[in-house]
Design a binder for this molecule. Structure first.
Ligand code: ZN
Length: 264
């Protein structure tokens, strides 16, 4: 602004000087009053110019001031906006973090529950597997058979603490025992084939069980669909070191309906 004002003044003085010089020629006496007039005019022009410059400077100052204010205001707005944006971002980040924390906690909780459920299921499964067929008594066992040549289990076990063991065979099918009869006969594995053959000879009236008390430890009656029969024996009747099995001696069944009986 100072530069502009200086330039303007210089130009004005130059113009004023030029006016004086232009009137300097000719008679000195005649020229003197003219020169005074010209000087006055030049001074007036200079005053006007100075006033204009001052006005211009003032206007420029106002403009500059306004611009500075605008700039300051804009800068302030930008700072506020930046601050707000930063605040929002921090808020969002905080929210996101909180959400993730919640999710993680939820997931951990779910996993914990799943683990608990799995453990509960496992416990139930173990309890179910270990549970004797007859609720509380580990010395009482249930075996099922249906309208096909198969027992519901091919392995039975009782604790050595049992003095007596009772096995109940239930036929869950519909066929009569003459067509699809089953029994449960416990004996040493080495006796199976001979006992089964002898049983076939003994016939249905004898439940297909021969008179072989030396090797047959226990035997149920022959059952048909919907029937059941139990056999009870002393665990002490089993010989140490002998492998015991149970079979169905109905003709043709013994090689398939066969399971192991062990003492745990
Ligand atoms: Zn059978």
């Amino acid at each position: 602004m100072l530069i502009n004002r200086t330039k303007f003044l210089s130009l004005t003085l130059l113009l004023a000087g030029a006016a004086l010089a232009g009137c300097g020629g000719g008679d000195d006496k005649a020229a003197a009053p003219k020169a005074d007039t010209m000087a006055e005019k030049a001074a007036a022009v200079a005053d006007d110019a100075a006033a204009t410059v001052a006005d211009t400077a003032e206007a420029a100052k106002d403009t500059a001031g306004a611009m500075a204010d605008d700039a300051a205001e804009a800068a302030g707005d930008m700072a506020d906006a930046a601050k707000e944006a930063a605040g929002d971002m921090m808020g969002e980040a905080s929210d996101a973090a909180a959400e993730m924390k919640d999710k993680a906690a939820g997931a951990a909780h779910d996993m914990g529950e799943m683990a608990e459920d799995a453990m509960a299921d496992a416990k139930e499964a173990v309890a179910g597997a270990a549970a004797p067929a007859d609720d509380n008594d580990p010395c009482t066992l249930n075996v099922l058979a249906g309208d096909n040549i198969a027992y519901s289990t091919n392995a039975l076990s009782v604790p050595s603490s049992c003095s007596n063991v009772t096995v109940t065979l239930t036929h869950t099918g519909k066929l009569p025992k003459i067509a699809m009869g089953h029994n449960w006969v416990l004996m040493p594995e080495s006796a199976v084939e001979e006992v089964a053959m002898a049983g076939m000879g003994a016939g249905a009236d004898a439940n297909y069980i021969p008179a072989d008390e030396a090797r047959i430890v226990a035997a149920t009656d022959l059952v048909g669909g919907g029937e059941s029969s139990s056999a009870t024996f002393a665990l002490g009747d089993l010989k140490d070191g002998e492998t015991y099995v149970y079979v169905c001696t109905f003709p043709g069944h013994w090689s398939i309906m066969k399971g192991t009986f062990t003492i745990s």
